[in-house]
Ligand binder design. Structure first.
Ligand SMILES: C[S@@+](CC[C@H](N)C(=O)[O-])C[C@H]1O[C@@H](n2cnc3c(N)ncnc32)[C@H](O)[C@@H]1O
Length: 305
C-alpha cells in the first residue's frame, strides 16, 4: 500500500481530488487551513496542516506501479495548465505503508478476561480456552461496536456484584445493556427472566447476537430510555452508566423494584460516591456494599420499603 501526498496551492484542491479519483486513488484526506478552524484547532493541527495558502491532498493506493501513477498525476496537473488553469508549484511525496487488516486489527484489543470464576471470551478466541477456564462460567462475546467487553473496571465490578446477588428465578432489568454482557451473566447465574434495555439500536442488535451465541433464551431486549417499553416489577436492577444518568434512573428504578429489591450501580468515580449515596437515601435506598477498582466504584443498594 502506498500513500501519495501532494502539496499544492489551496485553489487546486478540487482539481487534484478529481485527478486522484480518475486515477483510482481512493480514501483521500484533504488538509487545508479553514476559516472555520478555531485557534485551538489550528494549534492542534499545526503538524499536519500545510502552510497557509496551500493544501495537502493525501491518497492511498494498492497499485504496484506507483512511479507511473505519480507521472500520470504530473501529466494531469500539466494538462490543467495547458487548459489555461495553472495549478501552480507543487510537491509529490510517496511513502510505502504497511497493509493493515482492520477487521483483524481490532481483535488485538479484546482478549480473554477472567473475573473470579467467570471468563469472558471473544468469540474468535474460543479455541484457545484452557481446560481450567472451560470449567468456569464462560460468556462468549462478539463485542462489535457496543460497550461491554468485560475489560472495563465498571463492568467487572457489576459482574462480581451480580454473582453474589442474583437469586435463582429472579427477575432482572439491565439498564444500558451494551453488548448484553451483564444480561447474559444474570441469565447464566439462574435469573428466571432478564430484561435488557438500551437507547442504542446497535447495542440492542449486539445484545441479541451475543445472547444467541451463549444460547440463553430468557432475555427480552427493549430499545428505549430506561424502562420506557416495560411494564411490571423486577427484583434486581443493574446499570453501568454515568452518574448524571444514574441519578435520573434511581427514582424510576424505585418504582420498578419489588419491596426489598436490589440495585447495582456502576460508572461512578470515587469522588462522586457521597453525592450518589445522598441520592440513594433520598429515594429510600440503603447502601449495602461498595466495591472499588482504581478510581471507579460500584454500589449495591436495597430498596427499604
Ligand atoms: C457503559 S455502557 C454499559 C454496557 C454494559 N452494561 C457493561 O456494563 O459493560 C452504557 C450503556 O448505556 C446505554 N445508555 C445510556 N443512556 C441510557 C438510557 N437513558 N437508557 C438506556 N440505556 C442507556 C448506552 O447506550 C450504553 O450502551
Amino acid at each position: 500500500m502506498f500513500e501519495i501526498e501532494v502539496t499544492i496551492g489551496a485553489l487546486a484542491e478540487e482539481p487534484l481530488c478529481q485527478i486522484f479519483s480518475e486515477l483510482g486513488i481512493d480514501s483521500c484526506a484533504i488538509y487545508t487551513h479553514s476559516e472555520k478552524l478555531t485557534e485551538d484547532e489550528l494549534w492542534e493541527n499545526e503538524n499536519i496542516l500545510p502552510p497557509d495558502g496551500l493544501c495537502r491532498v493525501v491518497g492511498y493506493t494498492a497499485q504496484e506501479n506507483v512511479e507511473s501513477l505519480v507521472a500520470q498525476i504530473e501529466e494531469k496537473i500539466a494538462a490543467f495548465a495547458d487548459f489555461g488553469f495553472d495549478l501552480g508549484a507543487y510537491t509529490v511525496d510517496v511513502r510505502q505503508i504497511m497493509d493493515i487488516d482492520w477487521a483483524e486489527e481490532h481483535k488485538k484489543y479484546y482478549a480473554i478476561a477472567e473475573i473470579d470464576n467467570m471468563v469472558i471470551c471473544p468469540v474468535w478466541d474460543v479455541d484457545t480456552l484452557t481446560e481450567e477456564q472451560k470449567k468456569k462460567l464462560v460468556i462468549l462475546l462478539e463485542p462489535g461496536a457496543a460497550f461491554g467487553t468485560g475489560l472495563h473496571e465498571t463492568t467487572r465490578m457489576c459482574m462480581r456484584l451480580l454473582h453474589e446477588t442474583v437469586k435463582p428465578g429472579a427477575c432482572v432489568f439491565d439498564v444500558g445493556s451494551g453488548s448484553g454482557i451483564l444480561s447474559i451473566l444474570a441469565s447464566k447465574l439462574g435469573a428466571g427472566q432478564v430484561y435488557a434495555g438500551d437507547i442504542d439500536s446497535l447495542a440492542i442488535a449486539a445484545g441479541i447476537k451475543n445472547s444467541a451465541l451463549n444460547e440463553v433464551s430468557n432475555i427480552t431486549f427493549l430499545e428505549g430510555d430506561f424502562f420506557a417499553s416495560f411494564e411490571g416489577k423486577v427484583d434486581l436492577v443493574v446499570a453501568n452508566i454515568i452518574v448524571s444518568i444514574l441519578k435520573e434512573l434511581i427514582p424510576q428504578a424505585k418504582q420498578r423494584l419489588t419491596p426489598g429489591g436490589k440495585m447495582i450501580l456502576s460508572g461512578i468515580l470515587d469522588t462522586q460516591l457521597k453525592e450518589m449515596d445522598a441520592v440513594l437515601s433520598q429515594n429510600g435506598f440503603v447502601l449495602l456494599k461498595t466495591l472499588q477498582e482504581g478510581q471507579w466504584v460500584s454500589l449495591l443498594a436495597e430498596k427499604k420499603e
